[in-house]
Design a protein around this ligand. Sequence first.
Ligand code: PGA
Ligand code: ZN
Length: 400
Amino acid sequence: MILENIIVHKILDSRGEPTIEVEVVDENLNSFFAQIPSGKSTGKKEAVVLSFEEAENVLNTLVKKEIIHKNFSSIKDIDSFLISLDGTEDKKKVGGNLMLGISIAFARALAAKENKELWQVLKQEFWGGLISNKKPLIFSNLINGGAHTDNNLDIQEYMVVVDPKDGTYIDCIKVLTDFYKKLGDLLLEKYKLQELKIGDEGGYSLDFQNNFEPIKIMEDMINSEDLADSFSLALDVAASNFYKEGKYNFENNLISSEALKQEFLNYLIESKLLMSIEDPFDEVDFDGFKMFNSEFSRAWVIGDDITVTNPQLVEKFAREKLINGVIIKPNQIGTVFETCQTIRAAQENGLKTIVSHRSGETKDVFIIHLAKAANVDAVKIGAPVKERLIKFDELIRLYD
Ligand code: PGA
Ligand code: ZN
């Protein structure tokens, strides 16, 4: 596969912040695009994000002349070349966002050349013979807190987890959308509000009595709507955002890792439907993760900031039993090849895998194709509203 040109465009993400879109042009002068999302609640070891101006500069002065008119036979081939061209640990020279944009747009060009869907090309290159085709659970963030809004919730995300079981996505997404609307009506009435604010990922944002109350409200609603068969609950604590000097600032008290663990253990006792907790501790609080993961095996203990889609970190923390599942965000690592390596490392070590959006999203549906190619356990795509609807529609198109 030979590229004739690479161009970077400035676009806005769902928060209205600037991000980049990469365009690659193939030999027949057809263009293929990739839009890169951005995070607000980021892990410290994520790949460096260049501004549009920096990305344009490095593309035109360094990357373009090394890539165009060269033959790359696979995604791994072009990504390995980009990784060595960059040559840094955190991709600060070429930029994780620029590299990932080239990588995804190249994969799309390859798929078009082979007359295949993007997911088929990914599956063929990185999962070879794997044929099972399970439907991932949907993690949908309906109440927002933490860094994604300005209410009093320390916990960042309160998600419902929807299992399509043997049904179609179109049906289960309809049930999810109805649930989201009913939850909005219930919150308006309960708190005597005129309107509800929305956080970065489309979930409702308001003050609650404590960090457990949203779980309780959603659990009661799932039960009263008779949905407990296919709906459960998940949290993304994103605990790094309220960790300072060895303590957690939780509900306005500075508490220890041990005390925070006790909170979550209580949540898991109080809520029968809570099945997954992401980043329950700070990304360097390894003891916290380990204690929690060993003491309560009912829940998925998911790494995000602690693992940053890095294959070595995922393998290490799986072996040390700090986590039993992992979030996969391609822009944390910066190439498709390494993202797929990370998913494989997770799968080989028996971890649950959740392919995830970022809080600053774009119209790009790459993660849905990645989820299908890799047979992951779940996709995390925010609330079923606005720009995120495109990802729900792609799930319907690829699976139903
Ligand atoms: P981010 O957070 O996309 O704002 O970094 C999402 C998450 O923590 O899962
Ligand atoms: Zn997270």
